[in-house]
Design a protein around this ligand. Sequence first.
Ligand code: M6R
Length: 611
Amino acid sequence: MCGIVGYIGKRRAMDPLIEGLRRLEYRGYDSAGLALLQDGSIEVVKAVGKVSSLQEAVAAHWPDEATSKVGIAHTRWATHGPPTVANAHPHVDGDRRFALVHNGIIENYLALKTQLQRRGRTFYSDTDTEVLVQLIASCYEGDLVQATAAALKQVEGTFGIAVLCRDEPDHLVVARRGSPIVLGLGRDETIVASDVSALVAYTNQVIYLDDDDIAVITANNVELRTIDNVPVSREVAHIDWDTTAAEKSGYEHFMLKEICEQPTAIANSIRGRLDDTLGTAILSGLDLSQHDLALINRVVIAACGTSLHAGMMGEYFLEDLADIPTEVEQAAEFRYRNPIIGPNNLILAVSQSGETADTLAAVREAKYKGGLVASICNVVGSTIARETGRGVYLHAGPEIGVASTKAFTCQVTVLLMLALRLGRTRRLSREMGLELIEELRRLPDMVRTVTERAPAIEQAAKRFHDAQGMFFIGRGYLYPVALEGALKLKEISYIHAEGYHAAELKHGPIALLDEHVPVVALANDVPGRSKVIGNMQECRARHAPVIATATDGDPDVAQHADEVIWIPRASRFVAPVLTVVALQLFAYYFARERGCAIDQPRNLAKSVTVE
Ligand code: M6R
């Protein structure tokens, strides 16, 4: 969840380190720090708050600018200990011979800390990370990579680390287990990061470390081995997006930019994947033959957060179009529930980042149990994509806003294509396949129609922005959309928002309704609409204002609602995508009106790489 950057090469290290941190700020951002090897000693500067606070501290510390060409940096999302300067990374040992940045959790840190304290080492922070640097210092006998390997062998938990040693100024040592580390190979420079967005400004040639890899990095070379000192080589991958993809490009927030990018993102998810001859979708990354696909007798989708909601959409698609029994699992529960994985079961991990710890753990458990495992990820080369080895990339481009938007609609689009593909190996007719293809092709333009209605949605959001809480209700395909609409609102506006099945409301939550708690009712003209209209009346009878989504031209919904958000007419398969885009805009303008930090909401991080 934290961000790591390391640099060694021809430039002043400060520049790529600060620039990298700025680009990683969305991952975690309660404090930041950096360490440089400067004139034979390690110097560390840290600050609580955003990277801009660190920049001020750096300017004060080095008024004449630091010239060092090697350093490490970190932006923190607190796990052990509050966000203070002492707890910010990098951490150093007592002699300041080593500095280290870490992403992950050292689970046995208390036992290790006690041992080290007994041996006379003093600790200066509450973090689990400090144990690592002290442990490396205690293992050091003149070889940083050996000391790092020896320390990491004693550690339980997850880590992505970069280590600097005062006595070995010509290289950095990095390692990973469970937390991503990517190496950017530039000309006469090497950049280390926890996320490619920190290094695309310098190179698009990268190496992703595998678990238990250790790398010795110089400006011109990367030497890889395992923690057991076995030399290994890893493929050099090519990143196909540049820095402009990760800029705001004139938008006030990344979230708004990413909402508005959805027509293009969805078009990219679809591109080259529709087959008019057979009326099907081509998902070659699945690497499964027609025969393999026909044998699949159950699908289990594992995901978290917004990706879980996309997975729920997938359940409807797969059962409706492909007649395949499908279950959706919270990835965090998957491995603890002793899941039943039978022959020909497809386990599908859905993850924007491809790094979510719980989803990754579900992948590993499913593989261990012999399941056929595939993924739907956005980030190319991410751990989940690599470990599943087969799957479908979204091609949505980098998603920077913490609140996931374009990844969700692209996940749903890909899941619809998967259902189409699996459906066509079963009873789904070519005609029905062609109808779906036609709708998929129209989807980007229909989404654009919704984004063009932003001013009306903004007015609706402003009208209700002082609500004390909000419910989102829907049925059928619009039920996961209700959950997603509520998640969007709560994560960026900090008001209590709950998504419920419209029928469940009167089994308890209706007790919370009054004139201060509006209900967003998803009453589009798809199956379940008339029942939702009935539920809207129940809400209004309890004085709750109702904001409805309705299909263009609907003659009935408006008379039972205080506000209507109009959605273009579309089938039950596609209407949810259009509706969620409207709810994303609603949440965005609602939070903006309340003055919330939209791209970096409090307590949240973009990528949840700890359990
Ligand atoms: O990268 P992933 O899709 O695996 O992330 C899963 C969730 O952490 C993520 O969707 C989270 O819920 C978002 N902040 C929601 O907007």
